[in-house]
Write a protein that binds this ligand. Structure first.
Ligand SMILES: Nc1ncnc2c1ncn2[C@@H]1O[C@H](COP(=O)(O)OP(=O)(O)O)[C@@H](O)[C@H]1O
Ligand SMILES: [Mg+2]
Length: 691
């Protein structure tokens, strides 16, 4: 049966516009309009349905609107077709009316229907309201370009496919929010799997990188065959985040170093570790070179501060330092005689600036800039003679990941504390580091036995060239000790971010990478900015805030999953451009997500508390208009496995499949481990401690 457009639109008519104001459009439904199921638009479809789509036929095209509410109004007279029959008694008659919310315009061109956000002209009263055809619904749902990956179907739009553009979804940070059990983890795992599957139709080995920070340990089973799994304990590859990766703020937050008394020394110790100044050097020539390098840097710093040109006591301090330097150089003179001239030069400089007066006082005249420049040039000449390079002179900052061991760090730090008379302030701080180094659980992740180079780490955690070793990294944080879990998370996130920053600096192109953070409310928490002592949770939040703000430039997209959006850092949330909202019943969290959406689009969000699991609303940059999605089905083995406690099975000793479920208890083992009485045979250090 083929209908003319007019006839067709007549058959799809369900009512007419009755009331128009800038923020409200009301429609009176025709008596014949379907009530429950609409069969006139092709596939039978629920109508009228809250949040379903309707069209208003105008000259410019069809205005697309979403149903906000539906009501029945008692009319004193029937709206009868044909002539009134005055012989009948008219009883009050129920009339249906609905309020709709205009979203955009649907136009037809050679390629079919095209949907456009926003409307230029409001409809007028009397204009017919239609139920959209399947083709029209598909056009609304699929609007936008490059919709490459199918993630589900839309129950409000005749189950049309919902497809996303990965550049949009991952490129500008995605937040997946919803109650526990609403399907967040499945959606996250699904988005990754469906994207990779679709990409592999175009390139059999997709060059993709997904890094999942997984505090519940749910993702390992999903990606066990395709990805790299890092775990504590002896299951997957060991999770390794050596302590020399940590930057100064991570160290400060872990040790709870006090801002004035401890932070400067801690930073100085880190700087020395990173400049390898601590290393004992057996070759005296290298030792001499290093010494001259240090005094050269120090002289340049003094020159820049203007110290030698100022009056007493600055001139005295500088002269005293020259005296100490000269004495050390004389020691080296025994080894390399070409330092004699340098020693003499220092000597004459010192005698000019330390003059004994007849009255018993000592006078320290100011230095001239010529004298200081000559000294610097001299030092530089000898430094080069001994094999030093300009490159070596550049001080390495305290944050770069240069390898050092925890033991050396602790001894260096205690030495530094003693020499500077700060010993009593450092007891607690040193004890904290030592406890960490001795703890078997922490040692495994960060300790001195962790033997991995920076390059190896980047290869295994971010991925090799062309993603040769897989596209997905799962970092199982579930067994990481609570004391360091925030530090470990922030180190991994920061290392990823900085690696991509450097990648772009060198290659002038970014390396697209997605960082997934599950249970984001525990790692990206709101925090108070004004506290003096940064704890490790706020250091962790800050790195994610930085990634949220700047990650896009370097190709790093964030995917956050959380059940408590109101506890998340507002900075991070406001940087998320796409949202996948599952069921949210808590009203504080509902209020929060409602504020993310423009007023006229809030209607759909009223469904949030009643969404079934696996259904969600996609909105923001990744969707032309907010859209309800029923996510694709995941098979059992494709779903993240959250370990809900199985009370019943344990109580009854078997599960649904009839398999035996047991829980053996050996408290002694736990007590021993707790009281640190438990030593594995390989653990030599601990055995030594014991003996
Ligand atoms: N796409 C899906 N395919 C199959 N089952 C799903 C899907 N989404 C959700 N589910 C079901 O919902 C349950 C809870 O989902 P989950 O992702 O663990 O929720 P959340 O992470 O929000 O706590 C899953 O165990 C699964 O049975
Ligand atoms: Mg989950």
């Amino acid at each position: 049966m083929s209908l003319s457009p007019i006839e067709h639109s007549a058959s799809l008519r369900i009512g007419a516009v009755e009331f128009v104001s800038p923020d409200e459009i009301k429609v009176g439904l025709d008596l014949e309009a379907p009530d429950g199921i609409a069969a006139n638009a092709g596939v039978p479809r629920a109508f009228p349905r809250i949040n379903g789509y309707v069209l208003i036929a105008t000259e410019a095209g069809h205005i697309v609107a979403q149903v906000e509410w539906i009501a029945v109004e008692r009319s004193p007279f029937p709206k009868r077709k044909g002539f009134a029959d005055y012989g009948l008694v008219d009883l009050p008659f129920p009339l249906r009316e609905m309020r709709i919310n205009p979203l955009g315009l649907l136009k037809k061109d050679e390629e079919g229907f095209q949907f456009q956000r926003g409307i230029h002209i409001f409809p007028s009263v009397g204009e017919p309201v239609l139920i959209p055809t399947d083709a029209q619904l598909r056009a609304i749902v699929k609007s936008g370009k490059k919709r490459r990956v199918k993630i589900g179907t839309s129950p409000l739009a005749a189950n049309a496919d919902v497809c996303i553009d990965p550049d949009r979804l991952f490129g500008r940070h995605l937040a997946v929010l919803g109650n526990t059990g609403s399907g967040k983890s499945c959606s996250v795992a699904g988005l990754i799997q469906w994207s990779l599957k679709t990409a592999s139709t175009a390139n059999s080995n997709p060059n993709a990188r997904f890094i999942i920070l997984d505090p519940n340990g749910e993702y390992a089973r999903v990606f066990k065959d395709s990805g790299r799994i890092f775990q504590v304990g002896d299951k997957g590859q060991p999770l390794e985040v050596p302590l020399w990766f940590w930057n100064s703020s991570e160290w400060i937050s872990f040790t709870q170093a006090a801002a004035r008394a401890q932070v400067p020394l801690l930073k100085r110790a880190l700087r020395s570790m990173r400049n390898e100044e601590f290393e004992f050097e057996t070759d005296p020539k290298i030792e001499a070179k290093r010494f001259i390098g240090i005094i050269l840097q120090s002289t340049i710093a003094s020159k820049n501060s203007g110290e030698p040109y100022k009056q007493f006591p600055h001139t005295k301090n500088f002269t005293e330092r020259l005296i100490v330097w000269k004495e050390s150089i004389d020691d080296y003179n025994n080894i390399t005689d070409n330092l004699v001239k340098l020693s003499r030069r220092l000597d004459s400089l010192i005698s000019k600036h330390k003059k004994a007066e007849s009255n018993g006082w000592t006078n320290y005249p100011e230095y001239t800039s010529v004298e200081i420049d000559k000294l610097i040039n001299g030092l530089r000449k000898y430094y080069k003679l001994l094999g030093g390079t300009e490159q070596d002179l550049l001080p390495k900052n305290e944050d770069i990941p240069v390898k050092f061991t925890g033991d050396v760090f602790v001894s260096f730090l205690s030495l530094l504390a003693r020499e500077t008379g700060n010993e009593q302030y450092f007891d607690f701080l040193l004890a904290r580091i030592q406890t960490m180094l001795a703890d078997t659980r922490m040692k495994e992740i960060i300790g001195d036995n962790v033997d991995i180079t920076l390059e190896q780490w980047l290869e295994s955690y971010i991925g090799k060239d062309k993603a040769e070793n897989g596209c997905v990294t799962v970092i199982d944080l579930s067994l990481v000790p609570a004391e360091i879990i925030h530090i470990i998370t922030s180190v991994i996130a920061r290392m990823t971010f900085e690696a991509l920053q450097r990648y772009r600096k060198i290659n002038e192109k970014s390396l697209p990478t997605v960082l997934v953070m599950e249970e984001a409310h525990t790692f990206i928490k709101r925090y108070k900015e004004d506290t003096e002592n940064q704890n490790s949770a706020s250091v962790c939040t800050q790195i994610f805030e930085k990634i949220a703000r700047e990650g896009r430039k370097f190709g790093l997209g964030l995917v956050l999953s959380s059940q408590r959006p109101s506890e998340l850092s507002p900075t991070v949330l406001s940087q998320c451009n796409s949202f996948l909202l599952h069921r949210i019943s808590n009203d504080i969290d509902q209020d929060l997500v409602r504020r993310l959406v423009p007023d006229n689009l809030r209607g759909l969000l009223r469904e949030l508390p009643s969404l079934p699991s696996q259904q969600a609303i996609l909105l923001g940059w990744a969707a032309e208009l907010p859209i309800m999605v029923r996510m694709n089905d995941l098979a059992e083995h494709e779903r993240p496995h959250s370990d809900d406690p199985d009370f019943w099975d344990v109580w009854t000793g078997k599960n649904d499949k009839g398999e035996i479920v047991s829980r053996k208890i050996d408290w002694k083992e736990i007590a021993d481990e707790w009281q640190m009485k438990h030593f594995s045979k390989t653990d030599e250090e601990n055995t030594e401690l014991q003996s």
